[in-house]
Design a protein around this ligand. Structure first.
Ligand SMILES: Cc1cc2nc3c(=O)[nH]c(=O)nc-3n(C[C@H](O)[C@H](O)[C@H](O)COP(=O)(O)O)c2cc1C
Length: 196
């Protein structure tokens, strides 16, 4: 190979390496700076933004790739307010643009004693959703329903969910009206190499 071609090759390899480092830095930064946002401005978000959030959620891993999930997107203001009244911890009274409710779909879940894997699967999808929201400059918070069947039952009833659809949580999403400080949760004592 001539010297010029070799230099071009090296430059291309260097560019690719830099690109990889930049991608890694951006992804880790996004994970490390995500915080729960519970106050929103009331501004709308676009259908395209909602679509990206849902695509990110559904990119999550799931046991045997069953993808046993369904997502209810509540954009109706009156319904968001009703959720907020019934579930004060859901922060739906704090002017989110929408509320997304990740659910387990029991008709798609693993059958038998491993069925409960749906909780892990839908949790992974929910975290993806939170991270995508943060990367897009939006705010969101995971607010728990399941396993509190009282809360989950209320949502099931309000949204007319069929029996095989179990709501895991309510995630209000919107333009942040607060900037909570990032919490440093790293604790070396939580880590064990090779054995306890
Ligand atoms: C399973 C689960 C249930 C949660 N339920 C609520 C809730 O009902 N209301 C709320 O405001 N936050 C809720 N949160 C958010 C936590 O309070 C929050 O993640 C935690 O305080 C850490 O803060 P950070 O998300 O800003 O890092 C919940 C989080 C998880 C994972």
């Amino acid at each position: 190979m001539c010297a010029v071609a070799l230099m071009a090759c090296n430059k291309q390899a260097e560019n690719m390496q830099n690109e990889q480092v930049n991608k890694q830095d951006a992804a880790i930064e996004n994970i490390m700076t995500r915080v729960s946002v519970r106050e929103f401005t009331g501004e709308k978000i676009t259908d395209e933004q909602i679509d990206i959030l849902l695509r990110a959620a559904m990119a999550a891993p799931s046991a045997i790739n069953k993808q046993p999930w369904a997502f209810i997107v509540v954009t109706d203001e009156a319904l968001i307010a009703k959720l907020g009244e019934a579930l004060p911890y859901s922060r739906c009274s704090n002017k989110p643009a929408c509320a997304i409710i990740p659910c387990g779909d029991m008709s798609k879940a693993i059958e038998g004693e491993m069925a409960a894997f749906w909780i892990n699967d839908v949790s992974a999808a929910t975290e993806n959703l939170l991270l995508a929201a943060h990367a897009m400059g939006l705010g969101a918070v995971w607010t728990g329903l399941h396993p509190d069947m009282n809360r989950a039952g209320m949502v099931q009833q309000m949204l007319g969910l069929p029996e095989h659809i179990i709501p895991l949580c309510v995630v209000p999403v919107g333009v942040p009206a607060e900037q909570p400080a990032v919490k440093d949760k790293y604790k070396a004592e939580n880590i064990h190499f090779n054995k306890w």
